[in-house]
Design a protein around this ligand. Sequence first.
Ligand SMILES: Cc1cc2nc3c(=O)[nH]c(=O)nc-3n(C[C@H](O)[C@H](O)[C@H](O)COP(=O)(O)OP(=O)(O)OC[C@H]3O[C@@H](n4cnc5c(N)ncnc54)[C@H](O)[C@@H]3O)c2cc1C
Length: 379
Amino acid sequence: MKHYDYLIVGAGIFGATFAHRMTQDGRSCLVIDRRPHIGGNTYCENIEGINVHKYGAHIFHTSDKQIWDFVNSLVPFNRYTNSPVANYHGELYNLPFNMNTFNRMWGVITPQQALDIIEQQRNEARLAMQNEGRTEPANLEEQALLLVGRDIYEKLIKGYTEKQWGRPCTQLPAFIIKRLPVRLVFDNNYFNDLYQGIPIGGYNRLIERLLEGSDVMLNTDFLTNRESLTRQADKILYTGAIDAFYDFCYGKLEYRTVRFEQSTLDIPNYQGNAVINYTDAQTPYTRIIEHKHFEMFGPDVDKCPHTVISKEYSTEWTEGMEPYYPINDQRNTNLYQQYQQLARQETKVLFGGRLAEYKYYDMAPTIKNSLILADSQIH
Ligand SMILES: Cc1cc2nc3c(=O)[nH]c(=O)nc-3n(C[C@H](O)[C@H](O)[C@H](O)COP(=O)(O)OP(=O)(O)OC[C@H]3O[C@@H](n4cnc5c(N)ncnc54)[C@H](O)[C@@H]3O)c2cc1C
């Protein structure tokens, strides 16, 4: 049986980046994943020539030039710019909140006109709170009203947020929303980052490039083959769930998750945009993703006669579902810290990535952290 310098548990972007750096440095790596494919949550399935983001829409964005140059050195990125649209009972609004949104909402033409309305509505919220003898918002609803006023809150925030969290905004803590940026320019680009896009040919190509030079074994669960796999390498990088690694000895970490309802349609264009948010309370899903718009632009949209859409339902996580978003409340933070204590005592095992660190990371910081961990092993 071949012996490796590193056994890497998880062929997601953290594990694959680590493997890339290590193989470049001449170390041998075996990368395993319990799923039948590489890529972790960035994995795309090709349906009718369309790359379908199986675990949720992934848009790469960063202001870190080093990371941008690094990923582009492996595979070029396209010009996709995230500019979601909100559908509120059939009224369409551009996101993030900007002059296009305000023109649609109030018919205003100038930034000053928009600002006057927002300021007036923010003042009304402040006065209502003061009349109750309070200076701090008691819940998310009050916080949002103070930040953007009633119209934007009711049409674009309330229903969407309640569906996301499964609770009324009046029962959600104010700190969940710290800022709600309002742009007084006609700019629908969602991200403020310097760089964004999708790898040309899809995320699988990026991960394949990262895994060049490594041996890969799929459908292999580390936890059920722990002893034999551990013997195969000098060191282990584990990117799976940290509580599972320790057999849930302190209890289970909790998550929120998303359920996807996917359909293939025999029309070239369903909604004209990659992302449409449904911000009313009645529509049961939060968003519809139309995958082809991540990679097909202009006339290419119609050249492909089919389209694939995914309706996203925000859901409470239970055993057997994909764990997507960590719940960073007191209980889970304490629990994670207990597991972290155990992890610090390991001499042969490194931990990294969103599941092992119980933290939501975008892809760019995931790559950065993985490179930092790899470099700490090399130097
Ligand atoms: C719905 C959603 C949308 C997102 N959208 C964006 C976005 O638009 N832009 C962005 O930058 N980021 C986005 N992200 C974040 C992005 O998915 C993460 O940054 C990235 O997936 C983290 O990579 P990872 O390798 O740490 O984890 P993962 O991708 O989860 O990879 C971990 C891998 O480990 C494997 N594994 C776990 N346990 C075991 C085991 N016991 N044995 C073997 N294998 C195991 C898993 O099967 C998995 O393949 C999104 C995340 C979610 C949930």
